[in-house]
Ligand binder design. Structure first.
Ligand SMILES: *Cc1c(COP(=O)(O)O)cnc(C)c1O
Length: 488
């Protein structure tokens, strides 16, 4: 026997005995249920006290701590101060509101522990299954490909990278963007999400390669203006490459005319990408599915399960109609990652559709929530949120001090408080103050934005916990706080 093995005890992260850990794990699961179950009874948000913030400047822990004590610290410093997006009155930035089973799925994914770079394991097959389900939900053909990514921003990058490579006119992977013969041009409306600017910058094309097409009074892309821009760019020696249609803009929820843009892309031989981070999932909603007709003909689509499917962060998905083009854009086979006929590596590599090599097991939370509730329920919940937004629009119409600021198409309502006697120039400050006081009191979370140069409040209802009574309360509170602010 080697004497050194006696001198150096071998360590592991596993506990010596499991009883204590088991008791703690049960407590965490129970506390988690209470946290989600009672969310409506807590303030939506509260500011973090200075001493709690200071706890996040602690020195690097060199030695161990007792796990129950570590958990206790989380109970005191973390759990009371969340963003608030699981609360029924969070309508601010656009995101889902989570679910307890989604959290359980995250836990089980970590327990399984598989790396979703690929391989011959059940997690990889579940990943492929979930992508297939999402393709079916979007009306995409079986031959389409897809990949689960961190979120919509990355899903858009996957689609736009494929578009760039296909339309570059050269072997872009070998030659690089410097060799592109005619400058590529992408088109999106002036309401396009900021992630597309980052995308074209990252793709080496520059922000000027993303042309902003004007929108009409409904905030949808002006398709005739798009047509004219494409012609103008061709004349100038550029290569129009792709149109990014938005199904549900962040500002107002406008849905570009997908059928008309798709037809134009076919006529002009452009790639048709749909940013469906907000609205692609409307395709499964029985009442409103028609709003995104034409989506199923896109060359690529970005959608966001961590929005209207309410799975915990992160989960986005890119789908590409021609799976071969998708694979040609990302697949690389180094010698240490060869597929094998048998054993652990005997399956297609999922990282061939993606920029990542190691990948999280995101599929499990999507799989589990779809299995638990069924896709029909998610369709109804989407319709419910849109109906709630229409209800809020109706409440606003009844109150003279409130005015709509943009047409409501789906679940986003832009409006402002304008009591008589307050000059236009003071409305921004007044509305901002109402919004901040509501956040600070933990009543409700709205955001603000500017549409057509005018400031407004914005309610985006992507929330399965919202009830119409919450919207009644919102209107009451805006009027109460607004009167308070005006009186000084
Ligand atoms: C949310 C959103 C994105 C970005 O998605 P993330 O999941 O936040 O990365 C892109 N486009 C639109 C229209 C969005 O609403």
């Amino acid at each position: 026997m080697d004497v050194r093995t006696e001198e150096l005890p071998e360590e592991t992260l596993d506990p010596a005995t499991w009883d204590e850990l088991q008791a703690l794990a049960r407590r965490v699961v129970d506390d988690g249920i209470a946290h989600v179950r009672d969310v409506r009874d807590r303030p939506l948000w509260r500011d973090i006290p200075a001493e709690v913030k200071a706890a996040f400047c602690a020195p690097l822990p060199r030695g161990p701590s007792d796990l129950p004590e570590v958990y206790q610290q989380l109970c005191e410093t973390l759990m009371p101060y969340p963003m608030g997006n699981i609360h029924p009155r969070f309508w601010m930035w656009y995101m889902g509101s989570g679910s307890y089973s989604g959290a359980l799925a995250e836990f089980m994914a970590a327990i399984d522990g598989s790396n979703l770079g690929g391989g011959n394991n059940a997690a990889a097959f579940m990943d492929t299954q979930v992508v297939t389900w999402l393709k079916q939900m979007m009306g995409f053909p079986e031959t389409a490909s897809g990949t689960l990514v961190s979120g919509g921003s990355m899903a858009n990058i996957i689609g736009l990278t494929t578009a760039r490579n296909v339309k570059a006119g050269i072997d872009l992977r070998a030659e690089g963007v410097a060799a592109i013969p005619r400058p590529l041009r992408f088109y999106g409306s002036d309401q396009i999400h900021s992630c597309h600017q980052k995308a074209v910058e990252l793709l080496g094309l520059g922000n000027k390669a993303l042309r902003r097409v004007p929108t009409g009074p409904d905030y949808r892309m002006d398709v005739e203006a798009l047509r004219a821009m494409i012609a103008e760019d061709r004349k100038a020696g550029c290569c129009p490459a792709a149109v990014i249609a938005t199904a549900g803009t962040v500002n107002t929820g406008a849905i570009d005319d997908l059928a008309a843009i798709g037809a134009l892309c076919r006529d002009e031989d452009l790639w048709f990408h749909v940013d469906g981070c907000i609205g692609a999932l409307i395709a499964i909603a029985p009442e409103n599915g028609h709003l995104v007709a034409g989506l199923e003909r896109a060359d690529s689509v970005a959608l966001d399960p961590h929005k209207w499917l309410h799975v915990p962060f992160e989960a986005g998905c890119a789908l590409v109609r021609d799976g071969g083009l998708h694979r040609d854009t990302f697949a690389v086979h180094p010698e240490y990652l060869e597929e094998k006929p048998r054993g652990i590596a005997a399956n297609e590599y999922l990282h061939d559709y993606n920029l990542q090599t190691s990948r999280a097991f995101r599929a499990l939370k999507v799989w589990m929530t779809l299995k638990e509730h069924g896709v029909d329920k998610f369709g109804r919940l989407i319709d419910q949120n849109i109906a709630q937004a229409a209800y809020l629009e109706g409440l606003i119409a009844e109150v003279p001090e409130l005015e709509m600021m943009a047409p409501r198409e789906i679940n986003i309502v832009c409006f402002r408080y304008r009591p008589s006697g307050v000059p236009e120039g003071e409305l921004r400050a007044l509305n901002t103050e109402i919004m901040l006081r509501m956040q600070e009191a933990g009543i409700a979370a709205l955001s603000d934005t500017t549409v057509d140069g005018r400031h407004c409040l914005r309610v985006a209802i992507c929330n399965h916990r919202t009830r119409r009574a919450d919207l009644d309360l919102l209107v009451r509170e805006i009027l109460r706080i607004g009167a308070e602010v005006v009186q000084g």
